[in-house]
Design a protein around this ligand. Structure first.
Ligand code: PLP
Length: 369
């Protein structure tokens, strides 16, 4: 048996007819940029998250860039995030002159450690924005993070690129900070057919600025009041996303069922399995387990035709691009420890029960169980 790490073609099989029909409709409408589909998606997405506004942009990275800039960041301001995330959480803004500082993680959820955040904010001056990342689909401890940020007058932008539909207590992630960024990269829980992203906020001011920055800093057609970008979400992507959006909750439930199966089958192995806090609704964008035998296990699974990945192999503070920030090995012990032990197992809505059982059997064999 072969088990892929992702299988988008199979995930989309049941809705393929609707997607093709939608493609044809957009084609014959003749409006391809910032039209009624983008507007409808923005309204539907904002309502789903539970906020006033959403602004479609052309990637999750641009959602971080434009979302962050819309909070009023200036070149030289510091931003704080965790080092075990995808590079663009930091790079989306560092490329515009903001300086990343990092905060260590908690081992249970792999997310920002609020205690360490308090230490960092006490020490570092000029931090203007905190970017907690709901990594792998598990929400961060938002109450503690928001309290600490309020104390130090730091704004909060949630990186919810891996967490469409995840809940912190009774609220959807994305509705808790000043502004939030989501990605529609194809493998995400809600993904399009190329690049796409969306910014969400309750703030009239952030919304107005984000709308301007998305389209060349224009206040009205041909009236440019600030320097901005071309970062528009296509009509076609928005229309296709609206079709897929209807299945998001069901697909998240499928992911949770697969996670439950993995847990049942792997509980007796030495693997550290994902944690779901009692206050959390985890949407398992990735199913990440931990073992000191990670590299050998990966090799073994590869021989058994089970694909795996590592999210992420190098923590950001040790990337060459951020050498000038002065961090070293040992700067963030927890983030570094997990980097050497994590492995992402196959996880997607169309993953079949017998495939999960096969992966688990291979893992048990590897551990001699
Ligand atoms: C946590 C996180 N932040 C940001 C991004 C950037 O999103 P995109 O690839 O759509 O630019 C991603 C996706 O790759 C991500 O996983």
């Amino acid at each position: 048996m072969e088990v892929k790490i992702f299988n988008l073609e199979r995930d989309h099989h049941d809705i393929k007819g609707k997607l093709v029909q939608c493609f044809e409709e957009v084609l014959s409408e003749g409006e391809y940029v910032l039209g009624k589909e983008v507007k409808a998606l923005e309204e539907e997405f904002a309502a789903y998250i539970g906020v006033k506004y959403a602004v479609g942009v052309n990637s999750g990275t641009d959602a971080i860039k434009i979302g962050g800039l819309s909070t009023g960041l200036k070149s030289g301001d510091k931003i704080v995030t965790t080092p075990n995330t995808y590079i663009s959480t930091a790079m989306g803004l560092s490329v515009y002159g903001m300086r990343p500082v990092f905060c260590d993680i908690e081992l249970e959820t792999y997310n920002m450690d609020p205690g360490h955040l308090a230490d960092v904010l006490k020490r570092e001056k000029d931090v203007k924005l905190c970017i907690p990342v709901h990594l792998y689909g598990h929400p961060c401890r938002m109450d503690e993070i928001l309290d600490t940020c309020e104390k130090y007058r730091v704004k909060v932008m949630e990186d919810a690129c891996q967490a469409h539909g995840a809940m912190y207590k009774e609220k959807k992630v994305g509705s808790l900070g000043d502004v939030s960024a989501f990605s529609f990269y194809p493998t995400k829980n809600l993904g399009c057919y190329g690049d796409g992203g969306i910014i969400v906020t309750d703030s009239d001011k952030i919304y107005a600025k984000a709308v301007m920055l998305r389209t060349y800093g224009q206040e009205a057609k041909h009236v440019h009041v600030t320097e901005g970008f071309n970062s528009r979400l296509d009509e076609l992507q928005a229309a296709l996303l609206r079709v897929k959006f209807k299945t998001l909750n069901y697909w998240n439930e499928r992911r949770r069922h697969i996670a439950w199966l993995y847990r049942r089958e792997l509980e007796e192995t030495p693997l550290v399995l994902p944690f779901e806090a009692p206050w959390a609704y985890h949407v398992y964008h990735l199913y990440v387990v931990r073992t000191k035998d990670r590299d050998e296990l990966r090799k073994y699974l590869n021989e058994k035709h089970v694909s795996t990945l590592i999210h992420y192999p190098t923590p950001i503070h040790l990337q060459k691009v951020y050498k000038h920030l002065g961090y070293k090995k040992g700067s963030f012990p927890k983030a570094e420890e997990v980097t050497n032990e994590i492995i992402s197992l196959p996880m997607y809505p169309s993953l079949k029960q017998d495939e999960v059982l096969y992966v688990c059997r291979c893992i048990r064999e590897f551990f001699g169980k």
